[in-house]
Design a protein. Structure first.
Lengths: 139, 139
DNA sequence: CTTGACTCCGTATATAACTACGGAGATAAG
DNA sequence: CTTATCTCCGTAGTTATATACGGAGTCAAG
């Protein structure tokens, strides 16, 4: 046996990689096809290896997805990472930032509405008009 | 002008309804099939009519979708509205609230990361390590 | 009362994002 | 070396969310 933390995420085969990222192998391959993940070099007819940064990338994709970004949008976000095309990346980032801030506003309205609903429900134990639709409408 | 919107939105046929909500007719019917919208009574072999509350409902669905909720989850949210099953609704609302708060946290981290990225990009005009992945990873 | 746009409804097709399958080759444990 | 388990890769199937199509009925204007 070896060191524990970081060395656990080195030299992973695609199976352990997938498990570490909480997705299945097919999803990894699918993401590679979409350009969301790079396919590492294959050592002469052998088997590709992955590491912690790949795991992080998949986790990022999954998180961004939960926030309503499509895989294509996420690919855009990830392209910001490479540091080249700074001008372009900056533009894209600003655009996404606007996006993110709108989502934030919606979510905050939704949070308020839900919190009120829970409150009202507990308080009155009766009929309550749902403020939810209204919440996202005021925009 | 605050009532203007509403008074324009009475007695709509499905076509004008769809236009008002910014979706197409087929989407309306699809949502009816999924239980996201009620199908109004059809006046003896005639044509159904819709109003502003239907439009609001569709707009809510679309907003919630942008926030990463699935149609099934949105159906859950909408079921909170009817005021019956208060106990159950309250439970559901609490669960969704947790959800919403997690998304909020992720989005805020993402906002920070994007803002930093734009900033750094403008400042250095050079290579910048992307804080994005890191942002959503710290959870 | 005809005409053209619209509705109704059922079925079919499309797109995104997976998920499953299967045969051939690689690797590790015994 | 054998064998079980995995990887590789290509193709096919699935689920969620729409969109498109088409024939028959309905409505409102001329």
């Amino acid at each position: 046996m070896e060191n524990n933390l970081k060395s656990n995420l080195e030299n992973l085969t695609i199976g352990t990689f997938a498990k570490a990222a909480g997705v299945n192998v097919e999803t990894i391959r699918f993401y590679q096809g979409k350009g969301l993940l790079l396919e590492p070099e294959k050592p002469y007819g052998g088997i590709r290896r992955y590491d912690g940064s790949d795991v992080a990338r998949v986790l990022f994709v999954k998180s961004a997805q939960r926030l309503g970004f499509s895989l294509d949008e996420i690919a855009d976000l990830l392209r910001l990472e490479d540091g080249t095309h700074c001008e372009e990346a900056s533009h894209l980032a600003e655009h996404k930032l606007k996006d993110v801030r709108e989502k934030l506003a919606d979510l905050m309205r939704m949070e308020t509405a839900l919190a009120e609903l829970v409150c009202a429900c507990h308080a009155t134990n009766g009929k309550v008009a749902c403020p939810l639709i209204n919440a996202l409408q005021s925009n």
